[in-house]
Design a protein around this ligand. Structure first.
Ligand code: FAD
Length: 481
C-alpha cells in the first residue's frame, strides 16, 4: 500500500510535531483544552470530530505512534489483508457517512468473495472432502445434518432459534434469563457435547469455548448480522485497506493527535469543574471533561480518581477480550492448483482458519493467505513467541498441504492479546454478565466519559465504535453547555 506523504507523516507522528518535547511545551498544563480524548481509534477520533464541530477545543492523546487502534492493515502484504477491523457491512450507516466525509472510497468485496466462499476442511492435519465428511467417524452430527460442515452449525442454530424477540434493549435485565452459556443454549437445541466441541470450541470467535460465552450476546450478534445482510448484502472495505479511514479522520481534526502519550492517571480537580490527565512520560494535561476511548484492558491500568464503583468497576476489571493471532503469508506458487483443493481452510489445528485474500485485477488470483488463530489456538501461538509461532504456522500449512512446501513466507503478524494497547480483538461477555455489566459500562463518572466498541448497544465492531464515540460526544457537549 502506498501512503501519501501527509498520511505517512501523520502515521509516523512527524507532521504533528509530536516530537515529544516540542509537543509538551506547546501543551503545558496552563493550556487547557475543553475536552481530552484518550485513544485515537475509531471511537476516539469520531468523538473528537463531533466535539470539534460543536466548537470545543479538543486534544486527542494516543499511546502508540499511529492512529486506528484495532483497525490495522497489513500494508506490506499483497492484497492488503486486514490485521484488525475487516468487514464493513450493509447497515454500517455511521461508518459509511464517515468514509464519505473523509473521502475514502469503500469497495464491495462480495462479487469477488462469493466466487471463493468455500473452505477445505482439515482435521488431524489431513484435508477431508465434503463426500468423505458425510461418513467420517469424526462427524458428530445426527443423520439429518451429516452433510453440514462444522462451521455452518452454530450460525444456523443461533439464527433459526434466536431467542431475542427484539434487539431493542437486548442487554437489559428483562433478558437476564437468556444470559446463560452458549453451551447450555446449544444443549437446549439438541446439540451433544461432541457437536459443540467441534462446531463451537474448535475455532471460537467469541470466548475461549462455548462455556465461556453468553448466549445472550451471541443471540444479539446473530440478530445484528442478519439485519446487516438484509439491509444491503455487501461487505465493504476501504480502497487500499481500512487503515485509510482512521488516518483520514485524524487528518481532518483541527488539533493534531498527540502520539506516544500513554495515559496513566485521570483525576477530577478539586473544584469539580476540570480533570487532570497524566501520561507515562510525565506530561500533564488539563480539560473540562475527558472521553476515555480505550478498551477496558488498558482502562484498568489507568488510575482513575475518584475510582469507579459497583458494576462499572467490576466490568472494567474483568471484561474479557478475544485472543486472536493473525499471520499473513505470501505464496510464491499457487499450490492449490497442484493439490486441487480450495486454498482457504477451516482446521482443528491451533492455527484455526486460513483465508485466501483475493484482491487482484483477475478475480481468481490469490493475493496472499491470512491465518487467524482464535481463543486457545491464539494463546498457543502467543506462548511460542513471535518467530517460533511464524515457523509453526508455516510448518502446519505445509503438513496439511504438502504441495505448499517451500512456497510460504510470513510477511505480517499481529497478536491482539499481546498488543499492550488492545489486550484482545474485541470485548465479549461471560455467561450472566451482559445484563449486569453493559448497562453500567457506558455511564459517565462525573466529567469522565467512556466510549469504544465495548460500550456500544445498537451496533458492533467498527460501527459500534463510531456509535459510542457519538454518544459520548453528545453527553460531553450537554455537560459542558
Ligand atoms: C482481528 C480483528 C478483526 C475485526 N473484524 C471486524 C470486522 O470484520 N468488522 C467490524 O466491524 N469490526 C471488526 N473488528 C473490531 C473493530 O476493529 C473494533 O471494534 C474497533 O476498531 C474498535 O475501535 P475503538 O475505538 O473502540 O478501540 P481501539 O481501536 O482499540 O482504539 C483505542 C485506542 O486507544 C489507544 N490507547 C489504549 N490505551 C491507551 C492509553 N492508556 N493512553 C493512550 N492511548 C491508549 C490505543 O492505542 C488505540 O489507538 C475486528 C477487530 C480485530 C482485532
Amino acid at each position: 500500500m502506498t501512503l501519501s506523504r501527509r498520511e505517512f507523516l501523520l502515521h509516523s507522528g512527524a507532521l504533528t510535531g509530536v516530537t515529544l518535547l516540542a509537543g509538551r511545551r506547546a501543551w503545558a498544563v496552563e493550556d487547557r483544552a475543553d475536552v481530552i480524548v484518550v485513544g485515537a481509534g475509531l471511537s476516539g477520533l469520531q468523538a473528537a470530530w463531533v466535539l470539534e464541530q460543536k466548537g470545543f477545543k479538543v486534544l486527542v492523546l494516543e499511546g502508540q505512534d499511529r492512529v486506528g487502534g484495532r483497525v490495522l492493515t497489513f500494508a506490506d502484504v499483497q492484497g492488503v489483508p486486514e490485521a484488525g477491523g475487516n468487514n464493513i457491512y450493509g447497515d454500517y450507516r455511521r461508518l459509511m457517512e464517515v468514509a464519505t466525509r473523509v473521502a475514502v472510497p469503500l469497495e464491495d468485496q462480495v462479487p469477488r468473495l462469493s466466487k471463493h466462499a468455500k473452505f477445505t476442511l482439515v482435521l488431524d492435519g489431513k484435508p477431508v472432502s465434503r463426500s468423505e465428511w458425510t461418513d467420517s467417524p469424526r462427524n458428530p452430527f445426527p443423520p439429518a445434518l451429516r452433510e453440514m460442515m462444522p462451521w455452518q452449525y452454530v450460525p444456523l442454530v443461533t439464527s433459526q432459534e434466536n431467542p431475542l424477540a427484539s434487539t431493542a434493549g437486548w442487554y437489559e435485565a428483562k433478558n437476564a434469563p437468556l444470559d446463560v452459556s452458549m453451551r447450555d443454549f446449544l444443549r437446549q437445541q439438541g446439540a451433544t457435547d461432541p457437536m459443540i466441541e467441534l462446531a463451537y470450541d474448535t475455532i471460537p470467535t467469541y470466548g475461549l469455548n462455548a462455556r465461556d460465552i453468553s448466549a445472550l450476546m451471541m443471540a444479539y450478534v446473530s440478530a445484528f448480522t442478519a439485519a446487516q445482510k438484509s439491509t444491503r448484502p455487501v461487505i465493504l472495505q476501504a480502497r487500499g485497506g481500512n487503515q485509510k479511514l482512521p488516518l483520514a479522520m485524524a487528518a481532518q481534526l483541527r488539533q493534531p493527535v498527540r502520539f506516544k502519550q500513554t495515559v496513566r492517571s485521570i483525576e477530577a480537580e478539586a473544584t469539580g469543574a476540570g480533570v487532570t490527565v497524566r501520561t507515562n512520560d510525565g506530561a500533564r494535561y488539563s480539560a473540562r471533561a475527558v472521553v476515555c476511548a480505550v478498551p477496558f484492558t488498558t482502562l484498568r491500568r489507568i488510575d482513575l480518581r475518584p475510582d469507579l464503583a459497583g458494576m462499572q468497576a467490576r466490568a472494567v476489571k474483568s471484561l474479557p477480550y478475544q485472543p486472536i493471532h493473525q499471520v499473513a503469508l505470501q505464496v510464491s506458487r499457487p499450490f492449490w492448483e497442484v493439490d486441487d483443493l480450495e486454498p482457504s481452510m477451516w482446521t482443528d489445528s491451533p492455527i484455526g482458519r486460513v483465508s485466501a485474500i483475493y484482491h487482484e485485477a483477475r478475480d481468481d488470483q490469490v493475493s496472499s493467505l491470512l491465518v487467524s488463530a482464535f481463543g486457545p489456538g491464539a494463546r498457543h501461538l502467543d506462548r511460542l513467541g513471535k518467530e517460533d509461532a511464524a515457523r509453526y504456522v508455516v510448518a502446519q500449512v505445509e503438513q496439511m498441504r504438502p504441495a505448499a512446501k517451500g512456497t510460504l513466507q510470513v510477511i505480517g503478524q499481529h497478536s491482539w492479546e499481546q498488543d499492550p494497547f488492545a489486550g484482545g480483538a474485541w470485548a465479549y461477555f461471560n455467561p450472566g454478565t451482559v445484563t449486569k455489566f453493559l448497562p453500567a459500562m457506558f455511564q459517565p463518572r462525573g466529567r469522565v466519559h467512556f466510549c469504544g466498541e465495548h460500550t456500544s448497544v445498537s451496533a458492533r465492531g467498527m460501527e459500534g465504535a463510531i456509535e459510542s464515540g457519538e454518544r459520548a460526544a453528545s453527553a460531553v457537549a450537554q455537560q459542558l453547555a
